[in-house]
Design a protein around this ligand. Structure first.
Ligand SMILES: [Zn+2]
Length: 211
């Protein structure tokens, strides 16, 4: 797992990446080694909320599941905030119950997300995936205990302000090989590629493979 990829939607290196899946599509014909399973706000509706939640509860115990997600809050896409918050809270409860970390999709709803973390005080790690916020937001999220996962596009100053022990790397939907994303992140962070690999690997072990 030299270039571990914590969030992708297409299986390229099954032994070193976590494939994000929807409960209604899981398990796929090609069973992944590692997967995260969650209700994405984009695909959530009033009509399917109950069936997705039931499917998620059923699938979560599959041995390949390392995390809940991606789930989250999106003010630009998806149903009204009330339903998004309700379903996210259910996924938080499941993450706590199953002792699985939570991979979060957040678009223009960081106040709500931070508020929710303060209110629910989860024990499981919360990872904001595809973080593209500015430096001040990165600092605020880290202060509230979030991990930040960076992909192809990011704000350089936000990355620089993210300590190595809170940093993950992902390809998400990008076509860019994760190795290249590691290289550009190492360059901006001002550390060697080897050091970056080691620190992400350590975080992966602590968050996703804790005994
Ligand atoms: Zn994604």
């Amino acid at each position: 797992m030299d270039f571990f990829n914590i969030h992708t939607h297409s299986l390229v290196h099954p032994e070193s990446e976590i494939l994000a899946q929807s409960p209604d599509l899981f398990p796929s014909d090609k069973l992944p080694v590692y997967t995260s399973i969650g209700i994405h706000p984009w695909f959530l509706t009033e009509e399917n909320a109950e069936s997705q939640w039931k499917a998620l509860q059923k699938q979560v115990s599959h041995p390949s599941v390392l995390a809940i997600g991606e789930g989250g809050l999106d003010k630009l896409k998806g149903p009204d905030m009330e339903l998004q918050v309700k379903i996210l809270k259910q996924q938080v409860a499941l993450s706590e119950e199953k002792s699985l970390p939570l991979i979060i999709h957040c678009v223009k709803a960081f106040n709500e997300l931070i508020q929710l973390k303060k209110e629910l005080r989860p024990h499981q790690p919360w990872i904001i995936h595809g973080f593209r916020g500015k430096e001040a937001l990165a600092i605020d999220c880290i202060r509230h205990g979030f991990y930040l996962s960076y992909g192809e596009h990011f704000q350089e100053n936000a990355l620089k302000a993210t300590p190595q022990e809170k940093l993950f790397i992902e390809s998400d939907e990008s076509e860019v090989p994760v190795q290249e994303i590691y290289q550009s992140i190492a360059l901006v962070h001002g550390i060697g590629l080897q050091e970056l690999m080691e620190s992400v690997k350590k975080n992966v072990k602590e968050v996703f493979f804790k005994a």
